[in-house]
Design a protein around this ligand. Structure first.
Ligand code: NAP
Length: 548
């Protein structure tokens, strides 16, 4: 099957999209040419599958193509984020900063696409209308907005976890006379903010990065904050030549470390309890880690800082005091201090001068929990208490995470059941990657959390090996059994309820989208546990999957 499909694919490549009316057939159709899509294409092609990736963007890079707002950058170390599959790539590519910015990250992913000749199998500006499973042919028919159709034995959704930008449905939004933009759709040519009256709605990781950067150039900035966040200093810096050499010599150790930690980051928890040591020792460790760059202060801390309880609250108070120290006006400082959720229950935004922004005379912080936004007017934003006149409104209001992009693909499985209906009360999958009644669909975007690239590479490898198993054993389809799926959903709900990530109202549980069912959208397990579970499933002949 693979070889005949290869020939068809070669013909398709020669003719670009294929002849008018001709439906190209591939072993795997990948939706998304971001970090996981590019690697899926590379890996599956290496294994002899005919593959084509489609992306609605005008370029490769996924999240790093779209999120080009000022200040956008990694929160994990650049060298822990890059692909590990090619030693040549690792040695060729010089990360310039410890926490690399969007322009560089987009350049990196374009470099990868060129180096591994991936572009010839990628179609950009391709908007999926629907994907329908054909039970007779055991393949997916994917239809695009422009009328193009393709067939794929497998449908691989590499659409990202945070890709479906969410703009709240504010009344009067279309009446605003100035410019508006969601951060995840930042125009390539940029936004002219110099000297303007700019309003930013949202103070999550995106808002924090954006606000810090644009406060340097706007005329006046109004920040509309509903929930204060715990933010910590990123302490970014350039990578000098000597450090570059050391990084390149230590990739095996970096990736080994990442493979052993819960979130695939290069930081290891201190096995001690914060409450076991003296208050002085505890404080000394908090201060020492605070002075370190990146997530170290979070993920190298005492192990129980990341568990609901006394240690978590102790550290939360340390962070609150760090915020208070940096803001001149005590009233504004208290507005910026989070008091309604636990430290670490949301992803920790890393910042580079965020709190000092509120010491500028031209910056106003508005509490929209106290006085909610009532509507957008032609002049600006009207809250319960006042109207704020603006030239530009920026929505840093996050994403319909994990399932948002997935259900928008209009995926229809056996018997016409849609993934949207099936996921109405939360995702129903087996290990995040397969859903009963949707054979040969691998939802790669729904299964990783933490350092996405480190988690995604082994996941893509596992899916590719499963596809080889199906091919080598002359099956035509693989799909989660309802029993395995039920057990997995039970595990996610029951064990997920105990972890820190489900304790706040965040995208982790879909609580940021009005009307979305509250459910943990990812596995509750650590990355090493998930890899071990998947390995066990494969070793047991794809236990929990129905193979036909
Ligand atoms: P987010 O964390 O969901 O934050 C959205 C913000 O918009 C929140 O402050 C939210 O307030 C506010 N908001 C939403 N609806 C609102 C409404 N109707 N009225 C007023 N405020 C409203 O989204 P994000 O900042 O884009 O970050 C999402 C994730 O992307 C992060 O957790 C992280 O995983 C990733 N990210 C990573 C980086 C990085 O450094 N690499 C950078 C950016 C993002 P509430 O909190 O009250 O809901």
């Amino acid at each position: 099957m693979a070889s005949s499909l290869h020939q068809e694919q070669e013909r398709a490549q020669e003719s670009g999209k294929g002849n008018p009316g001709e439906i190209q057939r591939y072993d795997a159709v990948i939706i998304g040419a971001g970090v996981t899509g590019l690697y899926s294409l590379y890996r599956m092609r290496e294994l002899g599958f005919s593959v084509r990736a489609f992306d609605h963007a005008g370029g490769v890079g996924g999240t790093w193509f779209w999120n080009r707002y000022p200040g956008c950058r990694f929160d994990s170390e650049s060298y822990s984020y890059g692909y590990s599959f090619s030693e040549e790539l690792l040695q060729e590519w010089d990360w310039k900063e410890h926490y690399s910015g969007q322009p560089e990250n987009e350049r990196y992913l374009n470099y990868v696409a060129d180096k591994f000749d991936l572009r010839k199998d990628i179609q950009l500006n391709a908007h999926v209308d629907s994907a329908v499973f054909d039970q007779t042919e055991n393949c997916w028919e994917i239809s695009f907005e422009d009328g193009q159709k393709v067939l794929g034995q497998y449908l691989i959704t590499s659409v990202g976890s945070l890709s479906d930008g969410y703009t709240p449905d504010f009344a009067g939004i279309e009446s605003f006379k100035g410019a508006t933009c969601h951060t995840s759709k930042w125009p390539k040519e940029g936004m002219d903010l110099v000297g303007k009256r700019v309003g930013v709605i949202g103070t999550g990781a995106t808002g924090v990065q954006l606000i810090t950067e644009i406060a340097k150039e706007v005329g006046h900035l109004t920040v509309f904050q509903r929930t204060a966040n715990y933010c910590a200093p990123l302490r970014n810096g350039l990578i000098d030549d000597e450090t570059q050499r050391k990084i390149k010599a230590s990739y095996p150790e970096i990736f080994k470390k990442c493979s052993e930690t819960p979130g695939s980051f290069m930081h290891e928890f201190d096995p001690r309890s914060a409450m076991e040591v003296s208050p002085e020792e505890r404080q000394e460790q908090y201060e020492r880690l605070w002075a370190e760059p990146g997530f170290k202060k979070w993920l190298s801390n005492f192990r129980d800082v990341m568990v609901p309880g006394e240690a978590n609250e102790d550290y939360a108070e340390f962070v609150r005091n760090k915020i208070r120290e940096r803001v001149n006006d005590p009233v504004v400082a208290e507005m910026l201090v989070p008091k309604d959720h636990m430290f670490g229950s949301k992803r920790l935004p890393c910042e580079s001068g965020y709190y000092e922004v509120y010491n500028q005379d031209n910056v106003l912080l508005v509490d929209v929990r106290e006085a909610p936004i009532e509507r957008i007017t032609p002049q600006g934003v009207k809250t319960k208490d006042a109207e704020y006149e603006l030239d530009v409104i920026i929505f840093a209001t996050g994403f319909d995470a994990v399932t948002g992009s997935l259900v928008k693909l209009d995926i229809q499985g056996e018997g016409g059941q849609t993934l949207k209906d099936k996921f109405a009360n939360g995702p129903r999958t087996y290990m995040g990657i397969s859903s009963a009644g949707f054979p040969n669909l691998f939802t790669i975007n729904a299964a990783s959390v933490g350092n996405f690239v480190r988690a995604a590479e082994p996941l893509v490898d596992w899916v590719s090996e499963a596809m080889c198993y199906v091919r080598d054993n002359e099956y035509m389809r693989i799909s989660a059994t309802p029993e395995a799926e039920n057990a997995w959903v039970k595990h996610v709900n029951e064990d997920g309820a105990k972890i820190l990530r489900t304790q706040a109202n965040s995208w982790f549980v879909g609580a940021n989208i009005p009307g979305k069912a509250r459910a943990l959208l990812t596995a509750p397990d650590t990355a090493p546990v998930m890899r071990a579970k998947r390995a066990q499933v494969a070793a047991n002949g794809y236990e929990g999957f129905d193979l036909q």
